[in-house]
Ligand binder design. Structure first.
Ligand code: NAD
Length: 257
């Protein structure tokens, strides 16, 4: 198994990429701390892991709150003895996130607090735990939108994901000699609730699809498999990357018909 003896903490583990990663990591031998603010989703993920014979525990924590971030890491160490993999994956895409002129300050602040500050706080409390474990892997979920400009505006979300990439690079360099690897995972557009709610008409979906060389949205399992690689020792020489899993969208200038 690719993650035997590892303890992984996954934020946003109650849905989408986080849930699929939790299931996959557990199937590969990891003990998993599933963090979310939605108790039903988090508990459902844990129930699915336990039913399949794996080890998992749900912790309700808001990644944007320091005391919650501290508690989620403490819970991993108390329950499973250590922390080996910190997957800062929780993120929001606000329905009123728009262009700079229309977006309310409140939407900007909320988005930055969860998507960017949440990663900082995860690292603030997670890195000391990874040090105690003599090293580990941090994976921060960014997005392809941190690398390209989109005509469908979501200014706060895009800026927050750019922050995740910048944070990741610095963390990778600062902690490289401590055997702590830090990588950003950049999913392309996925067929998840989050994106389908944002692209809520066929016209909006088509406008995004036309740019993806593969001609389809990705699925959360495809991102989870990339996260598994970054979490495992198979990626032992990989740090500071912007790991793109995007159906080719960032490589495309014009896509084939
Ligand atoms: P999702 O909405 O299915 O899952 C996100 C989970 O995070 C939810 O369970 C939610 O309750 C939880 N969450 C939200 N705020 C939280 C908080 N403050 N504290 C703790 N948990 C919180 O979305 P997803 O598509 O699986 O997205 C996961 C990550 O992937 C996000 O960072 C997102 O920005 C990123 N991403 C998604 C796509 C896509 O197309 N869906 C593309 C690129 C990047």
């Amino acid at each position: 198994m690719r993650l035997s003896d590892k303890v992984a903490l996954i934020t946003g583990g109650g849905s989408g990429i986080g849930r699929e990663s939790a299931l996959l990591f557990a199937a590969e031998g990891a003990s998993v701390v599933v963090v979310d603010i939605e108790d039903k989703g988090g508990n459902d993920t844990v129930a699915a892991i336990t039913k399949a014979g794996g080890r998992a525990r749900y912790v309700n924590a808001d990644v944007a709150k320091a005391s919650d971030a501290e508690r989620m890491v403490a819970s991993a160490e108390q329950t499973f003895g250590k922390l080996s993999v910190l997957f800062n994956n929780a993120g929001i895409m606000h329905s009123r996130d728009d262009d700079a002129v229309s977006t309310e300050e409140e939407v900007w602040d909320l988005t930055m607090n969860v998507n960017a500050k949440g990663v900082f706080l995860g690292c603030k409390y997670g890195i000391p735990a990874l040090r105690r474990a003599k090293g580990g892997s941090i994976i921060n979920t960014a997005s392809f939108v941190a690398l390209m400009g989109a005509a469908t505006p979501q200014i706060a979300y895009t800026a927050s994901k750019g922050a995740v990439l910048a944070l990741t690079r610095e963390l990778a360099v600062v902690h490289a000699r401590e055997n702590i690897r830090v990588n950003a995972l950049c999913p392309g557009p996925l067929r998840t609730e989050m994106l389908m709610k944002f692209l809520d008409t066929d016209a909006k979906k088509q406008r995004r699809l036309v740019h993806i060389p593969m001609g389809r949205f990705g699925v959360a399992q495809e991102i989870a498999r990339a996260a598994l690689f970054l979490a495992s020792d198979e990626s032992s020489f990989v740090t500071g990357t912007e790991f793109l899993v995007d159906g080719g969208i960032t490589a495309a200038y014009v896509t084939a018909e």
